[in-house]
Design a protein. Sequence first.
Length: 218
Amino acid sequence: MSDIFREVDEEVRRERLQQIWKRHGGLIIAICVLVVAGVAGWRGWQWYEAKQAATASVAFDAAARLAQDGKPAEASAAFAKLAADAAVPAYRNLARLREAEAQAATDPKAAIATFQAIAGDTANPPLFREAATVRAGLLMVDTAPYTDLQARLEPLARPDGAFRHTARELLALSAWKAGDVAATRRWAEAAAADPDAPAGMKARVEMLLALIGESAKS
C-alpha cells in the first residue's frame, strides 16, 4: 500500500514540476543564463586585473632597475610612462613617487614640483599625499624659507600623524637654519619627547637643542 501512495506522490510532484516548467520555463532558462554569464564575466574581470597587475609589475621592476643602475633620467622617464599607462591605481601612484625620487638625483626643482603635484591631487590616498609632502620637504629644507616648510609640514606634525617624526625634525632643522630659536626648540622638544620617535632622530634633535643652548650661553 505504501508503494502505491509513494507512486501517487511522485506522479503529483512530476505534474507540478511540468506545470511550473510550462509556465516559467523561459524565465528559469534566462536566470540560469544570467548566472552563468555573471560568473563568466566576473572570472574574466579577475583574469584581466591579474594580467594588468602583472604587466605593471614587470614595467615597475624594469624602471626600478634603471634607478639602481645609476640611470636616473631613464628611470624617471620609465616611471612617468608607467604612471600614465598603468591600469592598476596602486602602480600608478607608486610610479609617480618613484618618478619624483629619480628626478631628485638630477633635477631637485622638478622633483619638488612632482612631489607637490602628487600631494595636491585629492584623488590620491591621504597617506600617499602626506608621504609626497614629506619627501618634498626633505628636498626643500636647505633652500626654502622656514615659513614655506611650516605651511606644508605643520599639519603632518600633529600627535597622531603617520609622518610626525620626520615632519618635526624637518621643521626644527629649517627653523634652526632660519635662526628662529623658539621654533627650533618647539619642534625639537616635540620630536624628542615622543616615545615612539626613532632613536637616531632623537639624537639629531637633541643635538639641535644642545646647539641652541650653546648659542644662548654665548
